[in-house]
Structure formats: structure tokens, C-alpha cells
Design a protein around this ligand. Structure first.
Ligand SMILES: Nc1ncnc2c1ncn2[C@@H]1O[C@H](COP(=O)(O)OP(=O)(O)OP(=O)(O)O)[C@@H](O)[C@H]1O
Ligand SMILES: [Mg+2]
Length: 265
């Protein structure tokens, strides 16, 4: 059985007027079907670049990005994406915004089935009753919920979330974490979440990948034990505190603020 996502020895440099800018250098990552991986690392280390490689928007200079054992050579409809800024179309209702990918990605659904699917997802994330509103009539958290529905509407195999909750206040963010768990229980996808929030990483993911500073390599992998349904209380347990301390230390190493193991202080 192939892992859903496999990243092998990936190196990439952007061409810039002042010469190549190496961004990724020796990235390794493997994620089984249905898994959820959080990727953390210093700002500018190459996390969004990684999402572009997985989604096939870019090809790496070296190494392989594989989905189900097949090398990714271009954008795929089987990948859904949501970003920090939800970018919903103001001239379409929330329902019409969520349906949009079904108008683009080839599928066999009738118009009514597309609507049903979008309504079901909006209900799942707590947006029933807002189907006919325009994006500007919704709060930031609600827009992010709608954006999540839009990313999922065509049943992607892989869902990539690039700091989707980064711009939200702490309480709204925690609400959305819980919504994410509900969505995960009801929708089968393999998730990659880019985040700067270590609590978010251990609350949502079953694996946390720490990237080094640029050019990024896989510096550290943390498996988050499956302890059954997660609630916010779990973040205050000694086990969670220990995981957060490990990750914080790894981020300090990635930022060059703490020596790596084996290095002189
Ligand atoms: N198209 C591009 N051309 C040239 N350089 C780029 C391009 N896109 C990104 N970069 C540079 O590559 C590096 C990695 O960018 P990337 O957006 O992947 O980082 P990131 O880890 O997502 O950062 P952040 O945490 O701030 O979102 C940065 O130094 C950025 O300036
Ligand atoms: Mg980024």
C-alpha cells in the first residue's frame, strides 16, 4: 500500500534577480490515507512552497512528490485548498461560493445534487441559514467555515490548509478547531495543515512535521498519540504540555535560537 502523500528528497530553489534562492533542501514526509499532518516551521522557511508542490502548482527541482505512489506532474482536482484569506466571491451567495468547484471540476452530479452537497457541508460547519447571504455579511470565522466547505465540496482526497485560522481571534479559532474535528469525522480526506500555532497542531493533527529554517529540511517528526476524541481540555494535560515543550524547543532550533542536539551550546 502506497502512502497517500509521499515526499522524497525534495529540493527547490526560486529563481530571483539576485540568483537562486534555495527554499527546500531534503524534505521527507509520508502521510497515510486518512492521516492529518501539521507542518510547522519558522516564517519564510518554505511551508507554502510545500503546499504548492503537493497540489501540483509547482514541480520540485529535485526529488519526488507522490500521491498514491504516482508522481505529481500538474494540478489535480483531487486536492482541495483553503488559505488564511478565504477569498470568497462577493457577487455570489455563500451557497454559490461553496458550489463553485463543482462548476469547474468535472463530475456527474446534477444541479440539485451539487446544491444538496453544499447545503450538507454548510450544515456540518454550523452555517445553515446563511446559504443566501453574501460573503461581506459574514464574520471572519464564518467566512473561513464557508471556505472550508468550498475546499471540500468536490470530495478531494487531499485537503491542504495553509494557516486557515491564522487571522482569527483565539476563541473563534478554538471553535473552528472543534468544527475541523467534526468535519474530519464525517468527510474522508488526508489533511496537511500549515500552522504557526503549536496547540492547533497537536489538537488537530496525528503527526507534526517541524521544518528547519530556510532552506527547509524535515528537522523533526512528532507523533501525536491517538487518545480518542479530542477536546480542548486535552490541551491542558501533562502529555500535551510535554509535546508542546518538545515542539517549542524544535522551533527554537529551527530559528537558530537553540543549538541542535549534538551541537555545542
Ligand atoms: N514565487 C517566488 N519567487 C521567489 N521567491 C519566492 C517565491 N515564493 C516564495 N518565495 C520565497 O521563498 C521563501 C519561502 O516562501 P514560503 O511562502 O514558502 O514560506 P512560508 O514558510 O510559507 O512563510 P510564512 O510562514 O511567512 O507563510 C521566502 O523567502 C519567500 O520570500
Ligand atoms: Mg506561508
Amino acid at each position: 500500500m502506497f502512502p497517500m502523500i509521499r515526499i522524497e528528497g525534495v529540493r527547490h530553489a526560486y529563481k530571483t534577480p539576485s540568483g537562486p534562492l534555495p527554499v527546500l533542501d531534503g524534505l521527507e514526509m509520508s502521510l497515510d490515507e486518512g492521516g492529518f499532518s501539521a507542518v510547522v516551521g519558522p516564517s519564510g522557511c518554505g511551508k507554502s512552497t510545500l503546499t504548492r508542490l503537493i497540489s501540483g502548482l509547482m514541480k520540485p527541482d529535485e526529488g519526488k512528490v507522490m500521491l498514491h505512489g504516482e508522481v505529481v506532474t500538474g494540478p489535480r482536482a483531487t486536492v482541495g485548498m483553503a488559505f488564511q484569506n478565504p477569498v470568497l466571491l462577493e457577487w455570489r451567495s455563500i451557497l454559490q461560493n461553496v458550489i463553485l468547484p463543482l462548476e469547474i471540476v468535472p463530475n456527474t452530479l446534477s444541479k440539485a445534487e451539487c446544491e444538496d452537497r453544499a447545503r450538507y457541508l454548510l450544515h456540518l460547519v454550523g452555517l445553515e441559514g446563511f446559504e443566501d447571504k453574501r460573503p461581506s455579511e459574514l464574520s471572519g470565522g464564518m467566512r473561513q467555515r464557508a471556505s472550508l466547505c468550498r475546499a471540500l465540496v468536490h470530495k478531494p482526497e487531499v485537503l491542504i490548509l495553509d494557516e486557515p485560522f491564522g487571522a482569527l481571534d483565539a476563541f473563534t479559532r478554538e471553535d473552528l478547531w472543534q468544527t475541523m474535528h467534526k468535519v474530519k469525522e464525517n468527510e474522508p480526506f488526508t489533511g496537511v495543515l500549515i500552522t504557526h500555532d503549536l496547540r492547533e497542531a497537536i489538537f488537530l493533527a496525528d503527526q507534526v512535521v517541524v521544518l528547519s529554517g530556510r532552506p527547509a529540511r524535515t528537522q523533526y517528526l512528532l507523533d501525536v498519540p491517538d487518545t480518542g476524541p479530542r477536546d480542548l481540555e486535552h490541551l491542558y494535560t501533562p502529555e500535551a504540555a510535554e509535546m508542546l515543550a518538545i515542539l517549542r524547543h524544535q522551533i527554537e532550533i529551527a530559528q537558530g535560537r537553540a543549538p541542535a542536539e549534538g551541537e555545542a551550546a
